[in-house]
Design a protein around this ligand. Sequence first.
Ligand code: 5CA
Ligand code: ZN
Length: 409
Amino acid sequence: MHAWPASEVPALPGQGRDLRIHDTATGGPVTLEPGPVARIYVCGITPYDATHMGHAATYNAFDLVQRVWLDTERQVHYVQNVTDVDDPLLERAQRDGVDWVGLAEQETALFREDMTALRMLPPKHYIGAVEAIPGIVPLVERLRDLGAAYELDGDVYFSVESDPHFGTVSGLDAAAMRLLSAERGGDPDRPGKKNPLDPMLWMAAREGEPSWDGGSLGRGRPGWHIECVAIALDHLGMGFDVQGGGSDLAFPHHEMGASHAQVLTGEFPMATAYVHAGMVGLDGEKMSKSRGNLVFVSQLRRDGVDPAAVRLALHSRHYRSDWEWTDGVLQDAVDRLGRWRAAVSRPDGPSAEALVDEIREALADDLDAPAALAAVDRWAARQEADGGTDTGAPGLVSRAVDALLGVAL
Ligand code: 5CA
Ligand code: ZN
């Protein structure tokens, strides 16, 4: 499917920095040194409701990854999926009495608009689960031929024990895995499974649900983890730089996906870094479509909030922390945007080369956007207090904030 339009990324003088980022698998920082083309896969939405601030915060983190890489003159090969067939989507369509295909199209279209408004750089390949099915079927067949998958009443399961590296993404023990598996789409209590954690690769057609030709697997639809693996392997290959998503995807989604890929290819690891954004909450609970405690990007846009202010609000919290969306977070961002716009609208100001360096350094250090904002705040405060004589400075600040933070001043 098509993605959304890219906003221009201005080139900056001086030298960009390599990204050091926290890797869930090792529990520490890794310095990424991709070749001329950096490769990143970020899990996309399940399109049954509008983009909320939690989604936006997660995509914001991975937009920053791209911007740091682009600043080092690398190309970025960015792939994202859309889970356009899965239980939550079918359940919502059923609940609301609407066609699931139409619901997915409508919410995906809204997501594109939200991402465009927020100036998130688009993926090069934006792939739906449904369009990936022809590539998924042979992978499931191969896993079965390798003895890593088995059948249970027509459904096909992946055997987690077939991957010697299973468990190395999340580092969780079996009890914690079992709890999370039950919460996040798994079926650990289904009788007949070899291991309760084994995830489904292919679900045999169910009465009243959509299904596709699965060759030797029979009619059905794909499991969730194999969807992302098929898309990632097809468009990025093994050993890509970053697998990204929110922290709720570390287990089971990214753990299972890595195992699928590792067994399929015999290579390890699937990705150099597994990067996870913290959860955004509202009123003390994780913001989630199923809980319904949501603030939508599209609603803020309708209310006339400047998307640049929304973007600054997202930057104001470190991507790895769990945080609460409040009116105060947004108001602070609106005020900051006003101060920055006033500061760059003057014909001259304090010189800004050092500021560009500070923003680069902050972002290269595990995407420390709050530190980058503080650096710009200091420049804007000096501009307001004393001004300066550098006629290139306001333009340079505005280009740097655009290129590195995705905010148009
Ligand atoms: N389609 C799958 C991934 S393949 C999925 O998880 N879709 S989603 O719509 O539920 O979430 C999309 C992205 O937003 C995921 O990376 C998820 O981890 C992230 N996300 C969901 N809720 C929050 C939240 N409250 N805070 C931060 N990120 C969130
Ligand atoms: Zn995914």
